[in-house]
Design a protein around this ligand. Structure first.
Ligand SMILES: NC(=O)c1ccc[n+]([C@@H]2O[C@H](COP(=O)([O-])OP(=O)(O)OC[C@H]3O[C@@H](n4cnc5c(N)ncnc54)[C@H](O)[C@@H]3O)[C@@H](O)[C@H]2O)c1
Length: 414
């Protein structure tokens, strides 16, 4: 069946009715549960190919079992491997576990915004895999104001105490010249700049009609210009080296949110910037990808945010279920594995993509492509306004739903 399941897990499936009572234990005792065993679970591959090397199962696996037993697993079957390939894959997974801690041995890495939150977790994870890390953080407040130099120093101490290599940089990524110094510090300290993770971030939430020029400029400066600054100088070195990994933190907000037009625009800009870098630098062996995380940090889980959610729950604007899941938002420690993976040799051929990562869920965004088109071949290809008004709704907008339709004006309360 699957070599990473424990007896307990097998019997759970039994209890769920996937096979008759007692059979799983009998199979385990007889040793027939190993690969090519005959429990009623996709004997052609499928589930085996999706097992976790460390035996993590839970709901995801139950769901998989259900899909397979009820023959609703079409796409998985297409990818299912032949039994001999299956064995090979499991073997490789075991080897990988052995190599953990050395995936980035000898690499030089820069992580911006590494003094706290997601950046800190990423810096620790890269160092734990053998990279020397420049921990960049001036220790700004959530809105970008002020400095606290102790933050970066603390993370550097943590890495060093764990036997890793790290140096602190207190520069702001908003400064083009300072970004050059950050890259230089990595090369001087660790011999090369192989990995760049742009994590620095601030937030200034306002509705567009209340947003000040400074709210706009500050957020764009840290996120979009800061990411450009660091990538720009890193790319000079990476092009010379003919190798490198750039991982830029974006946000699901790049698709459009409420109250974050500055942040969403910066994060959308980071996606476009990353896709451009991927295309310009790919030929030099450099990849650039984005990661959109979800994690409870001071950015997402402030007292103000919590109070706001409570108010929305009490006024019936959100369900208890939504409220509970928001309040249980997992910490930033679930983000680094995706970043380490994209920084590793295993991801050498992944370039220009946007991934989402959070506890228990990894996803990839579709490529931005045109989905439908209409053509005009007469009148020199010039559409009239009347033609567009008639044909666009019937063709290009089939099934379209306006994300924010107009509402009637609210009556003023006395
Ligand atoms: N937390 C989430 O759920 C979430 C969701 C989507 C995207 N992100 C992105 O992930 C990244 C990290 O977010 P976080 O939640 O860990 O935030 P955080 O506020 O905990 O950490 C951000 C860090 O960036 C540093 N920073 C601010 N301005 C800087 C500057 N000019 N130069 C260098 N460093 C600077 C801050 O001092 C802080 O330590 C951000 O880019 C954020 O937009 C986070």
């Amino acid at each position: 069946m699957h070599d990473c399941f424990t007896i307990a897990e097998l019997t759970e499936y039994e209890a769920l009715g996937f096979c008759e009572r007692g059979r799983a234990v009998r199979e385990v005792e007889a040793g027939t549960f190993i690969l090519e065993g005959d429990l009623p679970v996709n004997t052609d591959g499928g589930l085996k190919a999706f097992g976790h090397p460390l035996g993590a199962t839970g709901l995801r696996m139950c769901n998989e079992l259900y899909l397979q037993l009820s023959a609703k697993f079409g796409w998985r079957m297409k990818r299912a491997r032949k039994p001999h390939q299956e064995k090979q894959k499991l073997f490789l997974l075991q080897e990988e576990v052995v190599r953990m801690g050395e995936r980035l041995k000898g690499k030089g890495a820069v992580v911006t915004g590494a003094g706290r939150g997601i950046g800190r977790e990423i810096a620790l994870a890269l160092a734990a895999e053998g990279a020397g890390v420049v921990v960049v953080d001036p220790g700004a407040a959530r809105d970008g104001s002020g400095t606290d130099l102790a933050l970066a120093d603390q993370v550097v101490s943590e890495i060093k105490n764990g036997g890793g290599r790290a140096v602190a940089s207190f520069h702001s990524v908003t400064d083009f010249k300072a970004a050059e110094d950050i890259i230089k510090s990595c090369v001087d300290s660790f011999g090369s700049v192989d990995i760049v993770v742009n994590c620095a971030g601030i937030l200034r939430e306002r509705m567009i009609w209340n947003m000040t020029e400074d709210d706009w400029d500050s957020v764009i400066a840290v996120h979009l210009k800061g990411t450009f600054n660091v990538c720009r100088h890193a790319c000079v070195k990476m092009r010379e080296q003919r190798s490198g990994r750039i991982i830029n933190l974006t946000s699901d907000a790049w698709r459009g949110t409420v109250g974050q037009s500055n942040y969403g625009s910066a994060k959308g800009g980071i996606v476009s910037l990353t896709r451009a870098i991927a295309r310009e630098m790919g030929r030099y062996g450099v990849t650039a990808n984005c990661v959109a995380p979800i994690a409870a940090t001071r950015m997402t889980m402030t007292e103000e945010v919590k109070a706001g959610m409570k108010k929305r729950l009490e006024s019936g604007l959100i369900t208890r279920e939504f409220y509970d899941s928001f309040m249980a938002m997992p910490g930033p420690e679930y983000v680094p594995p995706m970043v380490v993976y994209l920084a590793s040799e295993a991801a050498a051929n992944i370039n220009g993509r946007v991934f989402h990562i959070e506890k228990g869920r990894a996803a990839i965004y579709s490529e931005p492509v045109e989905t439908l088109a209409i053509y005009k071949i007469n009148d020199d290809g010039m559409f009239t306004v009347e033609e567009l008004a008639e044909f666009v709704p019937k063709t290009l907008l089939t099934g379209y739903v306006n994300p924010a339709p107009a509402e009637p004006p609210k009556e003023k309360k006395n």
